[in-house]
Ligand binder design. Sequence first.
Ligand code: PMP
Length: 291
Amino acid sequence: MIPTMSDRDGLIWLDGKLTAWRDAKIHVLTHGLHYSSCVFEGIRAYEGHCFRLADHMERLLFSAGCLDMKVPFTVNELVDATKKVLAANKLVDAYVRPFVWRGSEQLAAAAPNNTIHVSIAAWAMPNYFDAIAKAKGIRLQVGEWRRPPKSCGPVHAKCSANYTITTLAKHRALAQGFDDALLLDWEDNVAEVTAANIFFVHNRELHTPRADCFLNGITRQTVIELAGKMSMQVIERRIAPTELSQFTECFVTGTASEITPVTSIGDLSFPGRSISSEIDAAYSALVRKAS
Ligand code: PMP
């Protein structure tokens, strides 16, 4: 039998209560399912403690606000709930998925009075890209979809609507033998990878796109802070695909993917590893020290 996310042992925090995993259900006529009124987070627990947990919960509330949803819990309450979920499921190294959605009272595009629901689930998690792929680096293709400008949607929210092109681009990349896809922005500059931010290296300079039309990842912000302390210069700017051949190294950042080197984008190779290894070592130490 194929294992599913719904048929597992364990407990999920649902609207304030720990609920048996198999009973944590929503109705098929839920607004969040039909109209994408759903926001979420991805958090990583290392040695039993979550890295930047409160920052992730603040972003969850920010994302919900972008979709006109008032979350009926505070950041502190959500932080405590996450700790309960980890303890109840005896998880140490885990992925935590909090999410917020509009309920099922009214099923129409406008549903301002629908109830807002919150859930937090967690499960043991190995690396997002398997350990061998991570050490070797990942191969990207350029995706066919563009990240839209901020005038076209809540581009800084971690909302499910923004993941339509993530899923499509990643499906296509995997089907064509790549590990993931690089997404360009609406002006054809480099934006990010489907679920991670991207950095390019030239000597001790890190070049990364300005996060003006995509998620400004918490890992991205952490890497920028770490690089500053490691006497690397970080330059946030527009990066055209035609410029990529000048870079010797490339890596992606994200809660799930951590610091993962990129081997190639299409036909272009990035053989260097020295800067991404330095950043990876500093990041790995920090996420565990923060524990
Ligand atoms: N962009 C997208 C679209 C993502 O899904 C993620 C993963 N949350 C990131 C960037 C990286 O964000 P973070 O470092 O906060 O995990």
